[in-house]
Design a protein around this ligand. Structure first.
Ligand code: AMP
Length: 124
């Protein structure tokens, strides 16, 4: 049981509306487990978000039954990196958790960043 399992923290975010295609976004991939779309505020030439369709607020809330959907994030990242033409040069996958991780949207998401050198892992 994590600290996030209260009513407030489990409220839907804008990402639930993107999954249901209720708001416009550049949807790149969707299946029964995950959805991928371009980040609205790209931090690299290619900046894609890949998210589980199930609302999981943070990595702290992940359960064993989520392993299939979370594994799918990686196979979709690989597919989209190839489609973007950035697989060979490389890219970075990031998942932020809570305040110190810089998480802004409380529906876990994998950032796929590439298309140019991404820089150091942590700016110091
Ligand atoms: P994080 O800081 O890891 O929680 O990342 C949240 C990301 O969601 C940020 O990179 C935002 O630019 C992105 N974002 C927020 N709202 C939208 C939206 N409506 N469509 C696409 N990306 C979004």
């Amino acid at each position: 049981m994590s600290n996030n399992q209260d009513a407030k923290e489990w409220e839907e975010t804008i990402f639930s509306r993107i999954i249901r295609q209720e708001i416009p976004t550049e949807l790149l991939y969707q299946d029964e487990l995950v959805t991928a779309f371009r980040d609205i505020s790209p931090r690299a030439k290619s900046h894609i978000l890949i998210i589980p369709n199930k609302l999981i607020p943070t990595v702290n809330d992940v359960e064993p039954e989520d392993e299939q959907a979370l594994g799918r994030l990686f196979t979709v990242a690989k597919k989209l990196a190839a489609e973007e033409g950035i697989a060979e040069d490389g890219y970075r996958l990031i998942m932020n958790c809570n305040r110190h991780g810089g998480q802004e949207v409380y529906h876990i998401h994998m950032h796929l960043l590439g298309g140019e050198p991404i820089g150091p892992l942590v700016a110091i």
